[in-house]
Design a protein around this ligand. Sequence first.
Ligand code: NAD
Length: 338
Amino acid sequence: MAKHTIVLIPGDGIGPEVTGAARRVLEASGLSVEWVELPAGATALEQGFDTVLPEGTLAAIKAHKIALKGPVTTPIGKGFKSVNVQLRQKLNLYAAVRPVRNLPGIKTRFHGIDMVIVRENTEGLYSGIENEIVPGVVTSMKVASEAACMRIARYGFRYATRRHRRKITVFHKANIMKLTDGLFLNCARRIYEEEYPNIEYEEVIIDAGCMKLVQNPEKMDVLLMENLYGDLVSDLCAGLVGGLGVVPGSNIGDDAAVFEAVHGSAPELAGKGLANPLAVIMSGVMMMRHLHEDVLADKVKNAYNAVLEEADKTKLTRDLGGSAGTEAFADAVIARMR
Ligand code: NAD
């Protein structure tokens, strides 16, 4: 079996705990891997770097083309530019792909949820262009370029078609942001009409879309949207299927891919060994598929599904109603693979 070299960024807060547990689970599947562990976020500053995204970390991801990343803490207000925004822009990780599904044994208000959020990851309101015009008046620039809108639309339609999904829904606010969201919408419509006319396609204004999501989420399939909306809707959707502990994600570009959970560094849980590592484990499964290690990916997936299905509270973390810690859940998944 080929040995994979994967950059591991433990991150901040619960990051080292959940990535550590995920690493053990992935290794237990038989994945042949050499981890290149490097810092980012507050951890990098603590280690003496003068930046939250050290050049060596960025260079390693460029060289090895793949990373598993824990969450990083982004201080509110002035200071360093977000690690995530920098990584996505500098590595051109233009598509965030976040599958949201009901999982076995996790009781929620809804059944049959199986959707995928495809989020434009490099521009929109997260372009980081903010100005103080005069004291007391500040602006934030929402950027939309035709190239990036076409690229994410094409990615979303290609993803949906390859995975035999039935429908693409574009969330937008083009009624108000006529130029930026108008361009995003027009690009999606063009790709649909010119390249993928056979898939079901709908356009929904995002406020109404959020209502639909909490009324009939099972009717949604692939959701395509710009950066900020994708960020917000991801957490909303996580809440539909059991919370942030169970939703994985990937940031995909043409030259590199970074896999990470949707959740953040959950500072209030940090260092307590209580966080759920499942979202990072699931992100690891997405990463293994990216590496064409489907057999091993299935092995991990079947193991965590079995643990969830069993619904033994001593093996589930607190966010899922159990009493297990981070490592105990990972142990239970590993035991299922033996
Ligand atoms: P958060 O996702 O860290 O936490 C939101 C809620 O979900 C909290 O109640 C937390 O306890 C819970 N939660 C999150 N992950 C969990 C897990 N694995 N197991 C159990 N419960 C979990 O969001 P926040 O509190 O808004 O943000 C905290 C910090 O994380 C901020 O600095 C934010 O900027 C950062 N953040 C980073 C990323 C990333 O690096 N990808 C993503 C989102 C937020």
